[in-house]
Design a protein around this ligand. Sequence first.
Ligand SMILES: Cc1cc2nc3c(=O)[nH]c(=O)nc-3n(C[C@H](O)[C@H](O)[C@H](O)COP(=O)(O)O)c2cc1C
Length: 212
Amino acid sequence: MTSPVFSPAFADDLDTLLAWRRDVRHFNATPLPDGTLDHLLDRACLAPSVGNSQPWRFVRVVSAERRNAIITHVEAENQRAAAIYQDEARAAYDALKLHGLREAPEHLAVFCELDPKAGRGLGRQTMPETLAYSVVMAIHTLWLSARAIGVGMGWVSIVDPAAVNGMLAVPEDWRFVAMLCLGYPAQDSETPELVRCHWQDRLPADQTRFIR
Ligand SMILES: Cc1cc2nc3c(=O)[nH]c(=O)nc-3n(C[C@H](O)[C@H](O)[C@H](O)COP(=O)(O)O)c2cc1C
């Protein structure tokens, strides 16, 4: 097969996708069509990984009991996290919606296998954390692929990783990376929700780019 040539129109569309990918916390309850999640996970598995180790492990959480346990856990951890804020900051924190686990039709827990056979250790001897970075690459690929077909995704990190490992009964050598919500977004925006809520603006370029 000849390699594809991406058109300027495609590059424009990709820019639009990047600008409109959002962390979604507001979902409508419409389920994803059969096969959609598998299609997206196939795309996620095209991500780069250290030594081609493909250390991502995806757990689709479908049992009502486990979904509810995760929601209860996240809400308790969110209360604990709120305690570091006082006064106006606490009121602002309490007004944020930091997960869409109640409405999202899909809960996906993502783990990193810490010593995968695949890749045979290549590239990670001095930086074992590159395995987890690889998993994050897959998550971002999933995020963009989902948005490209109108599916929203939200990342929930307000969890105790050990508790999630226990709730989902995964192998001990899987490190928790992310709890993801997927579903159709209740709204679209070009602006991150934390910007719209005046929690945190985007940083100006001069605070993120340096020359040495
Ligand atoms: C590692 C990571 C953890 C995150 N954890 C949470 C979370 O627990 N709750 C939440 O509402 N958003 C979470 N987010 C989403 C960020 O708040 C969001 O990406 C950021 O505000 C920028 O918004 P955008 O993704 O819509 O551009 C997380 C994002 C990342 C990359």
